[in-house]
Design a protein around this ligand. Structure first.
Ligand SMILES: Nc1ncnc2c1ncn2[C@@H]1O[C@H](COP(=O)(O)OP(=O)(O)O)[C@@H](O)[C@H]1O
Ligand SMILES: [Mg+2]
Length: 147
C-alpha cells in the first residue's frame, strides 16, 4: 500500500512523523529514501517524539556516528545513516541484525544502497522536494510504502 502526503515546513514533517509513530509497531525495518536535505532526519525527529523516545531537538543526524539509539517506554528506535557505508563488509560490522529485537524499530537512511535491506524492509518512506528547487523551498512530498 502506498500513501502520499505533502508537508510545507520542517514542523509539518515532524508532526507527520509524530502521527506516523502510532501506525508503526515493532519489529520493523523502515528505509528512508531521499536526497541530502530532503528531510529524512527531520522525519525521524517526529517519529522519536511520537514514541516518547526523544525530543525533536535531541535527534541529530547519525552521519558520522552511524547509529543512534532512542529508548522509549514501549519501544527502542535505532536511527541509522548508511551514507558513508559502501561495502557489505562495513555494513556487517554495524550488526544491524542484532538490533532487530521484538520491541525495536530500525529507521535507516540510505538503506536502499544494499539489496539485503531493500528486500528485508517492511516500510519504505521516500521524501522529495516538490517542484523546482529554489532557495528556501520547503514543500516536501512524503510517500509511504508498506508491504
Ligand atoms: N517540509 C519539510 N520537511 C522536512 N524538512 C524541511 C522541510 N522544509 C524545509 N526543511 C529543512 O530541510 C532540511 C532537511 O534536513 P534533514 O532532515 O537533515 O535531511 P536529510 O536527513 O534527508 O538529509 C532541514 O534543514 C529542514 O529544516
Ligand atoms: Mg539525514
Amino acid at each position: 500500500m502506498t500513501t502520499e502526503t505533502i508537508t510545507h515546513s520542517a514542523e509539518e514533517t515532524i508532526a507527520f512523523g509524530r502521527a506516523l509513530a502510532a501506525e508503526l509497531s515493532p519489529p520493523l525495518i523502515v528505509l528512508l529514501q531521499g536526497d541530502l536535505g530532503a528531510g529524512k532526519t527531520t522525519l525521524v525527529k517526529g517519529i522519536a517524539e511520537g514514541f516518547e523516545a526523544a525530543l525533536a531537538e535531541d535527534v541529530t543526524s547519525p552521519t558520522f556516528t552511524l547509529v543512534h539509539e532512542y529508548r522509549g517506554p514501549r519501544i527502542t528506535l535505532y536511527h541509522i545513516d548508511l551514507y558513508r557505508i559502501d561495502t557489505q563488509r562495513e555494513l556487517e560490522t554495524l550488526g544491524l541484525d542484532d538490533l532487530l529485537a521484538p520491541n525495536c524499530i530500525l529507521l535507516i537512511e540510505w538503506g536502499n544502497k544494499f539489496a539485503r535491506l531493500r528486500s528485508d524492509r517492511n516500510v519504505e518512506i521516500t521524501l522529495e522536494r516538490v517542484g523546482e528547487e529554489r532557495v528556501g523551498e520547503t514543500e516536501r512530498r512524503i510517500q509511504l510504502c508498506t508491504r
